[in-house]
Design a protein around this ligand. Structure first.
Ligand SMILES: C[S@@+](CC[C@H](N)C(=O)[O-])C[C@H]1O[C@@H](n2cnc3c(N)ncnc32)[C@H](O)[C@@H]1O
Length: 277
């Protein structure tokens, strides 16, 4: 298998960082070599130096970059991930949102939704919430990976996606499919839409409606500080005043921005866009 020299690693890091923010760290070198080696073979390229030039200058660079990103970026996700935060969302954030929403409608964005487990979890929790019965809920999942989005639209999952669900949740929210797999029930599927969006592309995101809540969990950890700052700024533009930003438990906004206030709820700390009026 071809090895990456430090210089090739640096050049490839630039390519991926510019394309999607992902930082190809030194400790990921071996994983990158293993995952990208089949691409060198498929394209008949001799080493990673030629591969990085292909990704920059070849007429088919755009298509290849999409393939490489799909191979490289972590897409790990599952239903009802980070349950303590979800309990806070249900018990404390939703009642606040329900109180000050304009009309009986909510817009929720799952940014970096991978194969859909996160937005479907939100649909299940919100569809089941006593305060939101009869409400119009628009849940949008976006990601950079076409492969992940096609799995999300299909809405069929195996045991690993269900690892954090209870038997009650499995019975309530899923129908059985073939070979021990499950399918998200129609009523929880139909209020979730999916779209391709690169979080580095501010122009694309500015076409989205104003959001009441943005979930962006386990995505910013893969970016450098400057990219995080840029993406968080975008979130602040897309959130309505008083709207909430929910990050993964290992992520925070320290030294990134002053555009959000940290709110201590009884179950968790969450970020909110302050009201100006
Ligand atoms: C580890 S998964 C997290 C999934 C889910 N949010 C969760 O916490 O379970 C990270 C996802 O972010 C997506 N991602 C990474 N960089 C992105 C970018 N620049 N724009 C959009 N999505 C991105 C990846 O494709 C991947 O599906």
């Amino acid at each position: 298998m071809a090895e990456m020299t430090p210089e090739q690693l640096r050049l490839l890091r630039d390519v991926f960082q510019n394309a999607c923010g992902f930082v190809l760290r030194e400790d990921l070198k071996f994983i990158a070599e293993r995952r990208l080696a089949p691409r060198l073979e498929a394209l008949g390229l001799r080493d990673f130096g030629t591969y990085q030039r292909y990704l920059r200058f070849d007429p088919r660079a755009k298509e290849e970059l999409e393939i490489a990103i799909d191979l490289l970026l972590p897409r790990e996700t599952y239903f009802f991930r980070e349950p303590a935060q979800l309990t806070t969302y249900v018990d404390e954030v939703i009642p606040r949102l329900a109180q000050d929403a304009v009309g009986r409608s909510l817009h929720v964005w799952s940014a970096g939704c991978s194969s859909g487990e996160e937005p479907y979890t939100l649909s299940m929790l919100m569809g089941d919430h006593p305060l939101l019965q009869g409400w119009d809920m628009d849940i949008l999942g976006t990601d950079l990976s076409q492969k992940a989005l096609s799995m999300a639209r299909h809405a069929e999952y195996g045991p690993s996606a269900l690892r954090s669900t209870t038997p009650e949740q499995r019975a309530k929210f899923f129908d059985s499919a073939e070979q021990g797999r499950v399918k998200v029930k129609r009523e929880f599927k139909e209020r979730v839409r999916f779209g391709w969006l690169n979080l580095l592309d501010g122009g694309g995101a500015r076409l989205l409606p104003s959001m009441d809540v943005i979930f962006c969990r386990n995505v910013l950890i893969y970016f450098d500080t400057e990219t995080r700052r840029r993406v968080v700024q975008l979130f602040s533009e897309r959130l309505r005043e008083g709207g909430y930003l929910m990050l993964g438990h290992s992520e925070n906004l320290f030294s990134l921005t002053t555009r959000f206030e940290l709110v201590q709820l009884s179950g968790d700390l969450v970020y909110r866009k302050p009201r100006t009026g």
